[in-house]
Ligand binder design. Sequence first.
Ligand code: OGA
Ligand code: NI
Length: 344
Amino acid sequence: MTQTAAVLLADVACHAKYVPSRYIRPPSSRPNIADVDASGSAIIPLVDLRDLSGPGRAAVVQAIGSACRGHGFFQVANHGIPDDVITSMLRVAREFFRQPESERLKMYSDDPSRTTRLSTSFNTRTEEVASWRDFLRLHCFPLEDYVHEWPANPPAFREAVAEYAMNARRLALSLLGAISESLGLETDWLAAALGKQAQHMAVNYYPPCPEPELTYGLPGHKDPNAITLLLQDGVSGLQILGQNGRWIAVDPVPGNLVLSNDRYKSVIHRAVVNNSTERISVPTFYCPSPEAVIKPAPALVDEEHPAAYREFTYGEYYDKFWDRGLQRESCLDMFSESPICDPI
Ligand code: OGA
Ligand code: NI
């Protein structure tokens, strides 16, 4: 009798006593969870956005600028997304992944160019080692172009996700405004540079893992977009690489930037898994539209600061990101004007 192998990790993980070999990292690239910088979280900036409109704006902009120059990562308080919107988003995410395999598989595709799809790991077509994650990816802007593609079940899914996505967009644009100002640019400079703009969402599902020290939820990487807002349930797992080269565990909302001619760097981060509790995270990736040309703001280029990267379209960059299977932490170096490593 033939038995079909499970396609999604959730349906492997629920029976697994050991990590199957395709998820096991070579010893030199395992998470080393015991070596996380326990005091590191104290240095992650927390920016209170309450004063962003009003006379306190300059101070908030300055705090955001310094966070971007430092880690490229910060948490925000008073971000304006209502608690019930967040709770509903996480509830429908959990309900989606608790559905029977047959219902989840209706959304399955391993084609990264699909605008709505459920998949597993990162890119099963190109990667050598798999990651301990299933994920649903959705395009969210303009909403009316995509909502009809989204999962019809659970029944509350579309409404709850649309509400969260609209709120996340508002926050992303408000942060991009503050970040533009922090670079000495017009408030709407970064938003305009994104062209028609795009917004993608991942709903990441990390099942409990019997041997979390052998694998990752996601290995170290930089996100390939202008800014990421990360919503997490209460289970920790996100870590960022600190300036001292040690990993720092965080409970966060990160910001993550390109377009600044290297003045602001994108944070390297990863997700580790644990052996007791499933974890859900919902990153919103605010991005340029595929045809937008990525190049530095003219005001940030002069003789002393020549353009660090050749111009490219976001579509070109995005395709490279998915092809590479997170083998290197950043794919921006492939566009560098002064390559330090061999292009692959
Ligand atoms: C991602 C990511 C981190 C997390 O999806 O790009 O970095 O904590 N997720 O799930
Ligand atoms: Ni990421």
